[in-house]
Design a protein around this ligand. Structure first.
Ligand SMILES: [Zn+2]
Ligand SMILES: [Zn+2]
Length: 359
């Protein structure tokens, strides 16, 4: 994620800001320019307020309708059709926000989803809604469990372009309980989005793009019965040596899960590297003899380049970030080890995202 700056006063801004603390300007994100912008009110229309964005002079904008729910700070061009932004227009079902706890859970979910879309747009991945393309489009359902102890429970997952996120995943205590019960080192809303969108892009960039053979060579046979694989995984767990070729234990369940887990890690890696670059973070441990723990992120990890370049920075950076977390008594920021086969799978994802990347 980039760092941003208020065009009116120079204050450093973050992606979720809606008001400049220094100069008081209203703020919003302008996806077409990949920047936060200070806003000035131009006028009112029946469709709502129209704003000038200091980052894009000469154009007029509206705020996404979801700004009214406190779930979005993205802009739409004033004369564009629709009332929802590039990110929110993919929503199919939102929770009943007349209940405060649903509204709060949905807010947390949306801020994670907006970070997902920041990355998808930066990677220039194809995005269509299900209204635009019923078969291949993307939509989201954010669902609360039905009331009562015996009602059906909502499962987070992906099915043919429809991503469902269970509202209870936004409850920190519930999510932590699931994380411990499933023996996972890491469980976040952003992680769920990056995993589920991996299933969506397997459909688009592997299956639809004729890359099944190449994908199977690395991730294994995806035609194995998913239901049986799931049952086996919950009965027997992951093989003891999973670390030697998988990024997580869950990735061993089925080739589809291996791909989605790997895809999520690719997004973790790229976006965290961009944040490091935004802060000009570099590492050069004083006690190190050689330079293998030296890293500086003096490139744009979202743009086309050799995958090795990302890895060479990522490895030393995660050692430093994990050490910082341990100094605060926190779990590791990146509690994973990337084996050579896992890196080869990540390189495959890099190749799907950047078909013209040098090898
Ligand atoms: Zn300002
Ligand atoms: Zn929006």
């Amino acid at each position: 994620m980039r760092l941003f700056k208020c065009q009116a006063c120079g204050q450093i801004l973050h992606f979720e800001n809606t008001l400049c603390e220094k100069c008081g300007h209203r703020l919003a994100y302008l996806p077409a320019a990949t920047t936060m912008s200070a806003l000035e009110l131009e006028g009112n229309t029946p469709e709502g307020d129209v704003w000038k964005a200091l980052a894009s002079p000469g154009k007029l904008f509206r705020l996404c309708d979801n700004a009214g729910h406190g779930t979005c700070n993205w802009l739409i061009e004033a004369d564009a059709p629709g009332t929802l932004c590039l990110c929110c227009r993919h929503n199919r079902t939102i929770p009943d926000v007349s209940q405060d706890e649903n509204a709060e859970a949905w807010r947390k979910i949306e801020w994670a989803k907006h970070r997902l879309f920041y990355s998808l747009l930066r990677l220039k991945l194809p995005l269509a809604t299900k209204l635009e393309q019923a078969e291949t489009g993307l939509a989201f359902d954010f669902l609360a469990d039905s009331a009562g102890p015996t009602g059906p429970r909502v499962m987070t997952g992906h099915d043919n372009g429809l991503i469902t996120i269970a509202l209870k995943e936004a409850d920190d205590a519930e999510r932590e309980k699931s994380r411990v019960a499933m023996h996972e080192p890491y469980r976040t809303l952003l992680g769920h989005f990056r995993h589920e969108i991996g299933h969506y892009f397997w459909d688009r960039l592997v299956q639809d793009a004729g890359k099944l053979e190449a994908c199977r060579a690395l991730f294994g046979d995806d035609s194995i019965d998913y239901g049986q694989a799931l049952q086996r995984h919950y009965e027997e767990g992951a093989p003891a040596d999973w670390r030697s070729s998988f990024v997580t234990a869950y990735a061993t369940m089925h080739a589809w899960e291996d791909f989605a887990e790997t895809w999520a890690h690719y997004m973790h890696l790229v976006d965290t590297l961009e944040t490091a670059a935004a802060f000009s973070l570099s590492t050069r441990p004083r006690v190190a003899e050689g330079d293998e723990l030296d890293a500086s992120v003096d490139f744009d990890p979202y743009r086309t380049q050799p995958f090795d370049r990302l890895v060479e920075s990522w490895m030393p950076l995660t050692i430093a970030l994990n050490s910082l977390n341990r100094s605060m008594g926190q779990p590791d920021l990146y509690p994973f080890v990337l084996s050579t086969p896992a890196l080869e799978k990540l390189a495959f994802v890099h190749g799907l995202v950047h078909p013209d990347a040098p090898q």
